[in-house]
Design a protein around this ligand. Structure first.
Ligand code: NIG
Ligand code: FE
Length: 411
């Protein structure tokens, strides 16, 4: 099967040789070919270039992208999109002045989602998640990392991860599974948190690994959640079982989460609102991707992570949706572009780098996703007729994506 997309006004994020990530000032550049074509064969990007160089126009399917742009699909490297029910009541509590931590302390928040998840069967969780993913794909997302973490018991965590496995098998999107056993402390373990950590280490991690249910391990390492020492113990065990760390860090305080993540060579440290010089220095000497979640900071009205300072320090920055029912109930990555530009003062080009190639790295799919490169998956979208690519973050709240191709197939 050969597909040709021709007369593309601008083909963005092209590369001849695969990059791992884009750092610092290089994030301002978004390589582009004007008046371009792209050829897909057997689900992969076969070739691309300028229209005047197009020789072989034979194809089973031809699309005319006149006045439209083509970009690689977003890689959403941090989501909690398998969940039961919704939490709009807490949203009202927040409007009335309660903080995220106060809601968590009185049994709301993650604990609330865990109770609902335990009562919901696999099929329902799967169907709801697939519907959310369908909408994300229509908005231009092609790769998604999904976390467990609303289980709180071994059985419920395994149930969540089995749902994620089923999504992996059936969704056209590229899916990665992240075991987040230490997302919160169940009510019955309050006051004896270390016993819950023991449960994660001695029971959950070995079972998750035995069943091959996860690619990554995550811990919510922050004030009021899990300490650096607890995180260290869990990551040690996870790595021993072949899981790559990716952690929640420094959302609520300078928790030491970034340092412990780097110690275990985490793929990414995420949230990182509370990041200073010390943390940036540690990141600079590491392979760990600093990942900002603009949707959560917006929705919880929190301080913004110092994205510009990190880039000036020469660091790469990735951004993801954090799609979850509590702190970021949206998986729309076009909105993340807008937040990146308005709240973090990234240019649209920097924001696109943060949500494609850099976020691909953060979820370990940069070899196959995140750019327009020969041999990578044919995962890209054709925009609607829009004047410029800057228009994508600018005209917020509307879907600027017309057609999405995943593995070369129109969705
Ligand atoms: O990434 N910070 C911790 N976990 C999620 C929130 C999950 C929830 O509130 O349900 C996050 O924001
Ligand atoms: Fe999260």
């Amino acid at each position: 099967m050969r597909t040709l997309i021709k007369n593309i006004k601008g083909l963005y994020q092209v590369e001849d040789n695969k990059k791992m990530a884009v750092c610092g000032s290089a994030m301002a550049e978004l390589p582009c070919i004007e008046n371009a074509y792209i050829i897909v064969e057997n689900g992969l990007i076969k070739d691309f270039g300028k229209m005047c160089d197009l020789k072989d126009t034979n194809a089973d399917k031809v699309y005319n992208a006149h006045n439209r742009y083509v970009l690689p699909t977003f890689c959403d490297s941090h989501t909690h999109l398998v969940y039961a029910g919704s939490r709009e009541i807490e949203y009202i509590d927040k409007i009335k002045g309660l903080s995220y931590e106060q809601i968590a302390q009185r049994g709301g928040g993650i604990v609330n989602s865990a109770i609902r998840l335990q009562q919901t069967d696999e099929q329902k969780l799967y169907e709801d998640a697939m519907q959310r993913i369908d909408s994300m794909i229509k908005h231009g997302t092609g790769a998604i990392e999904i976390k467990s973490g609303y289980g709180f018991t071994t059985e419920a965590e395994l149930k969540m991860l089995r749902v994620i496995r089923k999504i992996k098998e059936n969704s056209p999107a590229t899916i990665k599974a992240n075991f987040l056993g230490a997302h919160g402390v169940p009510m019955e373990y309050r006051g004896r948190q270390s016993e819950f950590v023991d449960l994660v280490i001695n029971e959950m991690i070995p079972r998750v690994a035995d069943e091959g249910l996860a690619d990554f391990i995550d811990v919510f390492c922050d004030r009021g959640f899990f300490t650096v020492e607890e995180t260290d113990r869990m990551l040690f065990e996870g790595v021993k079982h072949g899981l790559k760390p990716k952690i929640h860090a420094n959302e609520l305080a300078k928790s030491g989460g970034i340092q412990v993540g780097v110690k275990y060579n985490a793929l990414s440290v995420d949230h990182i609102e509370h990041t200073g010089e010390e943390e940036m220095e540690v990141l600079k000497a590491s392979q760990t991707m600093p990942t900002i979640l603009p949707g959560a900071a917006f929705f919880l009205n929190m301080p913004y992570a110092p994205a510009r300072a990190m880039m000036e320090y020469g660091l790469p920055v990735a951004m993801a949706s954090d799609f979850n029912p509590g702190s970021s109930p949206s998986g729309n990555m076009q909105l993340i572009l807008t937040f990146a530009c308005v709240n973090y003062k990234l240019t649209p080009q920097e924001a696109i780098n943060a949500t494609t190639i850099n976020s691909a790295y953060a979820m370990d799919v940069v070899d196959s996703c995140g750019s327009i490169c020969r041999g990578k998956k044919a995962n890209f979208y054709i925009t609607k007729e829009i004047p410029t690519i800057e228009y994508i973050p600018y005209y917020y709240g509307e879907n600027k994506v017309d057609k999405v191709f995943l593995n070369g197939v129109e969705q």
